[in-house]
Design a protein around this ligand. Structure first.
Ligand SMILES: O=C(CO)[C@H](O)COP(=O)(O)O
Length: 258
């Protein structure tokens, strides 16, 4: 296997179209993009403009969520067909902010994963334990349960396109504290073992939550970390490039990575 690291950033509810275009103009000048599977996940309003601005650049375009129906009376929602129409290839599903504040459940994540795969989109399934889970030693069972429910009833062959991001809720955002590499290694190891039992050992496992250029290398040095999903540290093109650089450096001695 000669896999490459997946390194991406969600801009969450940040950036106007002009700001998004300026970011893409700067990022696409980076030679590092040829060495990873880079992806950016802008807000819906900037998707079409970012798609145009990316042109042939080696950067995947993602969306932050979607509805599972193709169309319908779903005010305010976006369908998989609409994402495809904007040039989107990846869709983030189940982020903890959507679970906490926008009614996302394990069941809706499961419906969305199935729909994304039907429409040729690559689902980026986000799972994460709460601080209480961590304190109770229940991180692994929480995360395994979320993944099992997200992929429930979906055939193994089509799931080969999925990406999984472990994002501890206690590690995300301004109030978050970055997870220790030893904790990430334990959770990713358990995820790999469970997925392996289901014929899905090759699914890329990304880590997210307060990733920055200082800790990226220690995370990608871990055998079961196949990429990083970054928020704040990559909201400038230079910041994103620095994280990619650190991630590549961390992974340089790992067998099987390009
Ligand atoms: O979604 C995330 C990565 O895009 C995640 O919420 C991490 O955010 P960060 O703590 O600002 O890196």
């Amino acid at each position: 296997m000669n896999a490459r690291l997946w390194i991406g950033t969600s801009w969450k509810m940040h950036k106007t179209i002009a700001e998004a275009e300026a970011y893409v103009g700067e990022l696409t000048a980076s030679p590092l993009l040829d060495r990873v599977e880079a992806f950016i996940v802008p807000p819906f309003t900037a998707l079409a403009a970012v798609h145009r601005a990316l042109g042939d650049a080696p950067v995947h375009l993602g969306a932050q969520t979607m509805h599972w129906q193709d169309e319908g009376a779903q005010t305010g929602e976006i369908s998989p067909l609409m994402l495809r129409d904007c040039g989107v290839g990846i869709v983030e599903l189940g982020h903890s902010e959507r679970r906490a504040s926008h009614g996302e459940t394990d069941a809706t994540v499961n419906a969305k994963v199935a729909s994304a795969l039907r429409h040729g989109l690559r689902p980026l399934i986000c799972v994460g334990d709460q601080g209480d889970d961590l304190d109770a030693g229940a991180s692994i069972e929480t995360v395994l349960r979320q993944v099992k429910l997200a992929i429930k009833g979906i055939d193994t062959a089509s799931l080969g396109r999925a990406l999984i991001a472990y994002e501890p809720v206690w590690a995300i955002g301004e109030a978050g504290r970055p997870a220790e590499p030893a904790h990430v290694a334990e959770v990713h190891g358990a995820l790999r073992a469970m997925l392996g039992q289901r014929g899905l050992a090759a699914l890329p496992l990304l880590y997210g939550g307060s990733v920055d250029r200082a800790n990226a290398g220690a995370l990608t040095a871990l055998a079961n970390v196949d990429g990083l999903f970054v928020g704040r540290a990559a909201w400038t093109a230079r910041g994103f490039e620095e994280v990619i650089e650190a991630a590549l450096h961390g992974a340089k001695d790992r067998a099987g990575l390009a």
